[in-house]
Design a binder for this molecule. Structure first.
Ligand code: 13P
Length: 246
């Protein structure tokens, strides 16, 4: 049985005071039944590293450079993040694919850079509403994942995959557990064809996960936890979602 993983993606929210209150609220809940992490804006990485140093709650970044070092103004390398104790780096979030024109190849390069420096890439895939309605869901997510599988080669088994249908992100419109499971099963099969570790890899679902829908999503056989946006900004909601992941 795969241990569940719940990751909060704070996106561009927070302040030092708000983050401190949120983290202390999560920590005050005590031990969680799942692995859990928060992915914070770069500017709060150092604070977060200190706040969580003695806790089981892990942390990550929301993006990472594909490059090791050099003249890349504004970018943050995987080695820099690792030096501070970072565990995860989200790559290929749909907000970056859409808003920053990130390609499958760039996402794959970022995932590779993350792994090379000891970070676990959380590789996001997902279709738009238009693609779903055109019957392209499977082809889109397979194409997105395939680029990363090829770039990682024999290390592909070390990534975490997150299925986030774009139409479910921040909309309050969650994929039904059956819709999500059917895409997760497709992704699992694709991973099985690529790596011997597919059955221990985690495939997270993201898109309007809330305390009241988390348990039914997480009960699906191929849903191994969640990547949580809005609900990760409230300690009580994030903790409730983590408690649904058992
Ligand atoms: P919401 O939970 O706010 O829909 O966001 C999901 C997401 O994009 C997590 O990365």
């Amino acid at each position: 049985m795969r241990k569940k993983l719940v990751i909060g993606n704070w996106k561009m929210h927070g302040s030092r005071a708000v983050n401190a209150e949120l983290l202390s609220g999560i920590l005050a809940a005590g031990p969680l039944p799942c692995d859990a992490a928060v992915c914070v804006p770069f500017v709060y990485v150092a604070d977060t590293a200190v706040s969580l140093a003695a806790s089981a709650l892990r942390w990550g970044a929301q993006d990472v450079s594909a490059h090791a070092q050099g003249a890349y103004t504004g970018e943050v390398s995987a080695a820099m993040l690792r030096e501070l104790g970072c565990r995860y780096a989200i790559v290929g979030h749909s907000e970056r694919r859409a808003g920053h024109a990130e390609t499958d190849a760039q996402v794959a390069d970022k995932a590779k850079a993350a792994l090379a420096h000891g970070l676990t890439p959380v590789v996001c895939v997902g279709e738009t509403l238009e693609q779903r309605e055109a019957g392209q869901t499977e082809a889109v997510v397979k194409r997105q994942l395939s680029a990363v599988i090829h770039a990682l080669g024999h290390c592909a088994g070390e990534m975490v995959v997150a299925y986030e249908p774009v139409w479910a992100i921040g909309t309050g419109r969650t994929a039904t557990p059956e819709q999500a499971q059917s895409v997760h099963a497709v992704l699992r099969a694709q991973l099985r064809a690529a790596t011997a570790h597919a059955d221990t890899m985690k495939i997270l679902y993201g898109g309007s996960v809330k305390p009241d829908n988390a348990a039914t999503l997480f009960a699906q056989p191929d849903i191994d936890g969640g990547l949580i946006g809005g609900a990760s900004l409230k300690a009580a909601d994030f903790v409730a979602i983590c408690r649904a992941a058992r």
